[in-house]
Design a protein around this ligand. Structure first.
Ligand code: F6R
Length: 610
């Protein structure tokens, strides 16, 4: 993620327009921001940590403005959120400035080459800074040529916007696998990573495609292909309002984020799979010796993240044969857990700022445990205080109800468990390959599953007036039942309750009566028949049942009033798929009930209080 904006026009005013645009892109990243303005033959760069408002406050005391500039709002990937790591980045003498969205995969080797061969000194820990130096290196008075030449050296995904002090009347941008648009204004033109940035000023847009370069001046937008030939592109007229545009046309961030899951899962996998398809844990030191020393693992988290921990426990115990406990962070620190230097403490957190999780982490650390965290926000407190960090690559999650963070956390837990099992020799090669291949298929399977949304909307219409819902499941389905129930209650305010299906008859079944609604998760082949018996138990008491099973397991249709299918897959990895229909169901139920989906009452995105 990250948002970029470029503007060039008449007279002064670039500063305000760029800041306006960045504010509209804050949903793409908000840990630091910066701007470069062409002023008096140089590029004036200002940056600050935190939200765009901080940058705006900083600029308030500066007289600098311009007719042209570029701006950036950052979602940290390489290097913590800091002023140095914020964009724009410049080359050595500050004559070239760039903003970048995406990841330059070969930045480490480029950095090494730039230092060794050209004596470049780097000011940040980012991957992006190499682009500024490379463009500077190839610059001979023609920014367009220098950007294209530099791009030949880059691998990865990027949109880069560049300016040269010597050419204040042009901005050049290039795109490969990261979004970029150009907007046509009146006596001015724009570049941006997304439409909301420029909607206030321009509604006529060019969508830039991969491997294209765009050159904007005040009067013209020119698009070129890889061979530097001019490309003719039809314009796109935007009819949405700014709010809708920020959500990419989705009604709510939650639905957008549900639909971003195939991409987030693919990204989280790609970051950790090497060319041969093996798992690489760069930056995480877990040798065979380290793993052999571990006596016990605690997975500690809150809410949705703790549900991801349950799948992690199943996977670690099954693949790596290490005793693993899942604990909720608010309880963990007060129960004197058995911890020593042979304990591995894994904490999972989307925000990395949840106070209970952070406190549990500190408690574990103070007692000698080694801490590995699974975190989405780079540079967050949990990430900073952990010995090792396994990042999820979900991108910013804006909706309070967590969706894409959960599925990417699951991917991290599976990769960790597989890695541990293989390293320890507890998981035969064939099994390792089998599960890994299942994970690799997840982005496509998730995309296929999301196509079932119309069916879930129809089911939502039938159930949204229920005031009570039970979720049941066994094995790997228990954690998903808990998560499905949490999603439903937090955004629709329906009283929902999840329980391991085998536990029903030990008390809770007393609540089942005529027309009670039960959502029964039956994705585990091993436990399928047992779950069918549990469905029988609630049916016998008059319950209405929505079954959730793998495609092909049609036996469940006989006992259920409705059935939701997920693509067939191995029992071990079903949570990645099974949660998605439950997210969509919760979403549509909440929508039909007229709830404020992205900001449910009483809840906050990051819980930084105990
Ligand atoms: C529910 C939800 C919460 C969070 C929990 C932990 O949809 O989002 O249950 O999962 O507050 O937050 P993080 O993961 O930021 O530590």
């Amino acid at each position: 993620m990250c948002g970029i904006v470029g503007y060039i026009g008449d007279g002064n005013g670039a500063r305000r327009i760029i800041i306006d645009g960045l504010k509209r892109l804050e949903y793409r990243g908000y840990d630091s921001a910066g701007i470069a303005l062409a002023a008096d033959g140089r590029l004036a760069v200002e940056k600050s940590v935190g939200r765009i408002a901080n940058l705006e406050a900083l600029l308030a005391s500066s007289p600098i403005d311009s007719h042209a500039g570029i701006g950036h709002t950052r979602w940290a990937t390489h290097g913590a959120p800091s002023r140095e790591n914020a964009h724009p980045h410049t080359n050595g003498d500050g004559s070239i400035a760039i903003v970048h969205n995406g990841i330059i995969e070969n930045y480490a080797e480029l950095k090494e080459m730039l230092i060794a061969k050209h004596g470049v000194s780097f000011r940040s820990e980012t991957d992006s800074e190499v682009a500024a130096h490379l463009i500077g290196l190839f610059y001979e008075g023609d920014l367009f040529a220098a950007v294209n030449r530099a791009a030949r050296e880059l691998r990865g995904a990027y949109s880069i916007c560049a300016m040269a002090a010597a050419e204040p009347d042009r901005i050049v941008a290039i795109r490969k696998d990261a979004p970029l648009i150009a907007g046509l204004g009146e006596n001015c033109n724009f570049l941006a990573s997304d439409i909301p940035a420029l909607l206030k000023y321009a509604r006529t847009i060019y969508l830039i495609e991969n491997n294209e370069t765009v050159l904007i001046t005040r009067n013209e937008i020119s698009i070129f292909n890889e061979r530097a030939e001019r490309v003719k592109r039809d314009v796109f007229h935007v009819t949405w309002d700014a709010d809708a545009a920020e959500k990419g046309g989705y009604d709510h961030f939650m639905r957008k984020e549900i639909f971003e899951q195939p991409a987030g899962v693919a990204e989280t996998l790609n970051r950790r799979l090497d060319e041969n398809g093996g798992i690489r844990l760069d930056g995480i030191s877990l040798t065979k010796r380290d793993l052999e020393r571990i006596e016990r693992i605690y997975i500690v988290a809150c809410g949705t993240a703790s549900h991801a921990g349950l799948a992690g426990k199943f996977a670690i115990e099954r693949f790596a044969r290490i005793p693993t406990e899942v604990d909720i962070a608010s309880e963990f620190r007060y129960r004197e857990p058995y911890i020593n230097d042979r304990t591995l403490f894994i904490c999972i957190s989307q925000s990395g700022e949840t106070l209970d999780t952070l406190a549990a982490l500190r408690e574990a650390k103070s007692r000698g445990a080694r801490v590995l965290s699974v975190v989405n926000v780079v540079g967050s407190s949990v990430a900073r205080e952990s010995d090792d960090v396994f990042y999820t690559w979900a991108g910013p999650e804006i909706a309070v109800a967590s969706t894409k963070a959960f599925t990417t956390q699951l991917i991290c837990m599976y990769l960790l468990a597989l890695y541990m099992g293989r390293t320890l020799g507890t998981l035969p090669d064939g099994e390792y390959e089998r599960v890994l291949s299942e994970l690799r298929q997840m982005p496509d399977r998730l995309s296929a599953l999301l196509e079932d949304e119309p069916k879930l909307r129809e089911i939502a219409k039938k159930i949204y007036k229920n005031e009570r819902v039970f979720f049941i499941g066994r094995g790997n389905d228990v954690g998903v039942a808990l998560e499905g129930s949490l999603k439903l209650k937090e955004i629709s305010y329906i009283h929902s309750f999840a329980i391991a299906a085998g536990e029903l008859k030990h008390g809770t079944i007393a609540l089942i009566e005529q027309d009670s609604l039960v959502i029964a998760l039956a994705t585990q082949d091993r436990l399928f028949e047992k779950l069918l018996s549990n469905i029988e138990e609630v049916k016998a008491r008059g319950a209405r049942v929505i079954g959730l099973a793998k495609a092909g397991n049609r036996e469940i249709e006989k006992q259920s009033d409705e059935v939701i299918y997920i693509p067939a897959c191995a029992d071990e990895v079903t949570p990645i798929l099974a949660v998605v229909p439950l997210q969509l169901l919760a979403y549509h139920v909440a929508k039909l009930r007229g709830c404020d989906i992205d900001k449910p009452k009483n809840l906050a995105k990051a819980v930084t209080v105990e």
